[in-house]
Design a protein around this ligand. Structure first.
Ligand SMILES: NC(=O)c1ccc[n+]([C@@H]2O[C@H](COP(=O)([O-])OP(=O)(O)OC[C@H]3O[C@@H](n4cnc5c(N)ncnc54)[C@H](O)[C@@H]3O)[C@@H](O)[C@H]2O)c1
Ligand SMILES: CC(C)CCC[C@@H](C)[C@H]1CC[C@H]2[C@@H]3[C@H](O)C=C4C[C@@H](O)CC[C@]4(C)[C@H]3CC[C@]12C
Length: 366
């Protein structure tokens, strides 16, 4: 175990997604040993095809053969492919198939193809917030917390993370052993973040006024996508150099983004586009938010035969937004020398610049 090779082949599953694209870009810019990045995704972004050293592979993570072919000859796999769904857009069976069975396929492919290193993109949701609303205030990887998983997405991420960590040390042909680790981002933000675009669009409907719904004192962990990508790259490098210390470990993804409520944080990005947040306290009573959230569930059920009604607000997203979940840790720095690549100011200004471009295009298209 533990030799680094030149001319490395990386496989990024979900490489055309929000995080995946930033990760591919980061590898191209910052990995001197890189020979090729294989970008495996169900939905390919054809604009990535022209990139030097990038190979686009269209495939389904739930299909073991697709995964095995993509893994063949790769040195490292960074597995980010997932269905990110806390809104009931996909069935529980589908989420399980992609997030859990897909991860098992990646593990089996690594073992059968002799690819020794696997970095898995997990999620803070493996820990919490739980549906009881217990706060997790600036905790680290060892902070005790009562995790309760009910929804398909957190259930699936928890199962998948467990599979990945349990696979660490699995024997492979040639006397090698599989080495795995998992990174747990909190709420990722940055250029092309789909959710902030959704909040932007909703804000346009109310004349760029937003209405505070959650108390400002509730802290929500956020991390810049460029730093999440950087952390994956460093973990992928170090896991090859120090498999014994990195194997089987989990790391929260963190950077210097400020601790704020979900809405106050979003306002940092939306304010420069002319948005305003009304109310220093919640303007909508909590019981009313709850009622709307439950009404949304009811409507989703009624409308199911016709189309998928999946608004942002439901009882689960309400609990997550209303419960403090922030991390304060230096484990990634101690284990693999992680320091954020982007300061908070840079992270914010890159995200704001992107949203301002979206805004200009939206206004021009009116
Ligand atoms: N966005 C966040 O705030 C956040 C926070 C914590 C963890 N994560 C994790 O980070 C990872 C990336 O999330 P993201 O926000 O970039 O999501 P995303 O939806 O933008 O990207 C996921 C990618 O996986 C691909 N994919 C889905 N099903 C597939 C299948 N069957 N076969 C092959 N590819 C498939 C999608 O096409 C997509 O490109 C996920 O594992 C997610 O759980 C995200
Ligand atoms: C009550 C409304 C005003 C606001 C609702 C916001 C809500 C949709 C947001 C709040 C927190 C968000 C989640 C959080 O950032 C972390 C993750 C983990 C990741 O693995 C998947 C995405 C997810 C669940 C975010 C989804 C959107 C949430 C719930």
């Amino acid at each position: 175990m533990g030799s680094t090779s030149r001319n490395q082949i990386y496989l990024v599953t979900g490489g055309c997604g929000f995080l995946g694209k930033h990760l591919v870009q980061m590898l191209l810019e910052q990995e001197p040993d890189l020979a090729e990045v294989r970008v495996f995704d169900l939905h390919l972004d054809e604009s990535m095809r022209h990139l030097n050293r990038v190979t686009l592979i269209q495939g389904d993570i739930t299909n073991p053969e697709d995964v095995r072919t993509a893994v063949q000859g790769a040195n490292v796999v960074i597995h980010t492919a997932s269905l990110v769904d806390v809104w009931g857009r996909f069935s529980p069976e589908k989420i399980n198939a992609v997030n859990v069975c897909g991860t098992q396929n990646v593990i089996e492919a690594c073992v059968s193809e002799g690819t020794q290193y696997l970095v898995y993109t997990s999620s803070m949701e493996v820990v919490g917030p739980n549906t009881k609303g217990d706060h997790f205030y600036r905790g680290n990887e060892n902070t005790p917390y009562k995790s309760i998983h009910e929804l398909p997405y957190p259930v699936s991420k928890t199962k998948a993370e467990k599979l990945v960590l349990e696979a660490n040390g699995r024997p492979m042909k040639g006397g090698k052993h599989l080495v795995t680790c998992a990174l747990r981002p909190t709420g990722i933000y940055g250029e092309n973040h789909p959710l902030i675009k959704e909040f932007y669009k909703q804000g346009l409907l109310t004349g760029r006024w937003m209405f505070r719904a959650i108390p400002a004192s509730v802290e929500h962990g956020r991390v810049y996508v460029g730093n999440v990508a950087w952390m994956h790259l460093l973990a992928a490098r170090k896991i090859q150099e120090s498999p014994v210390s990195m194997g089987g470990q989990v790391y929260y993804c963190y950077d210097s983004s400020p601790y704020k409520s979900y809405e106050d944080f979003n306002m940092e990005i939306l304010r420069p586009c002319g948005f305003r947040l009304l109310g220093s306290r919640p303007l909508i009573p909590y019981f009313l938010l709850h009622l709307i959230a439950f009404l949304n569930v009811f409507l989703q059920w009624v409308l199911k035969p016709f189309f998928t009604y999946a608004p942002i607000l439901n009882p689960y997203t309400l609990v997550i937004a209303s419960t403090t979940f922030t991390v304060a840790t230096d484990k990634a720095q101690r284990h693999f020398g992680y320091k954020p690549q982007y300061t908070w100011e840079e992270s914010l200004s890159r995200t704001v610049k992107w949203l301002q471009e979206v805004d200009t295009q939206t206004q021009a298209g009116k």
